[in-house]
Design a binder for this molecule. Structure first.
Ligand code: SF4
Length: 184
């Protein structure tokens, strides 16, 4: 699988403290996308699902992991394998995902069933700059927050917030929602 970056601890990408895995590669082409550096299917780090799982499972103090991108479902079989390893090793780990695909599009995908069986929540749908939304995790009004497992309710999701992390090496990582309804 091709990975753009991993943030070990975040409080703005779903309930609790979560690692965030950014997939490298997305050809859905939403105008004003917040993560254009993740669009190319080159660059990033090529890793096996076992290696990515080991990285996540080695992070202390997280409630779950959120998959983002890039487009996780454009690496669907590898994503499903990664989820399967994570749930086998730590069944209590919460799993969430952002996908630019709508639920109707995903329902037509054979891989979606393998992925969705592991999900606690997902935000689904393209980013549409002309339809801003202030709702938790959704930057445009066409997107939906789909709850799968019964683990969460809508009120468990925090309002849109931005998070800036500066590593010891000086790398600055910005994640979350810099301005409600407008990731640009
Ligand atoms: S699906 Fe996500 S990563 Fe892909 S272009 Fe749209 S907003 Fe950007």
């Amino acid at each position: 699988m091709l990975i753009h970056a991993i943030i070990t601890h975040s409080r703005v990408n779903g309930p609790g403290v979560r690692s965030v895995v950014y997939f490298q590669g997305c050809d859905l082409g939403c105008a004003g996308c917040w993560n254009p550096g993740t669009h190319a299917f080159v660059g990033g780090t090529r890793s096996g699902a076992e290696d990515v799982a080991a990285q996540i499972l080695g992070v202390a103090g997280i409630d779950g992991v959120t998959f983002s991108g890039g487009e996780p479902m454009q690496q669907g079989p590898a994503l499903a394998s990664l989820m399967s390893i994570l749930k086998a090793c730590r069944p209590s780990l919460s799993i969430g995902m952002y996908s630019g695909y709508s639920e109707r599009e995903l329902d037509a995908s054979a891989t979606w069933r393998d992925v969705s069986q592991h999900l606690d929540f997902a935000v689904l749908g393209r980013f549409v700059a002309a339809k801003p939304s202030p709702l938790p995790l959704r930057t445009s009004a066409n997107q939906i927050l789909r709850l799968f497992s019964g683990r969460y309710r809508e009120e468990d999701f925090q309002l849109q917030e931005c998070e800036v992390q500066i590593t010891q090496e000086g790398l600055v990582q910005i994640t979350g929602f810099p301005l409600a309804g407008s990731p640009a």
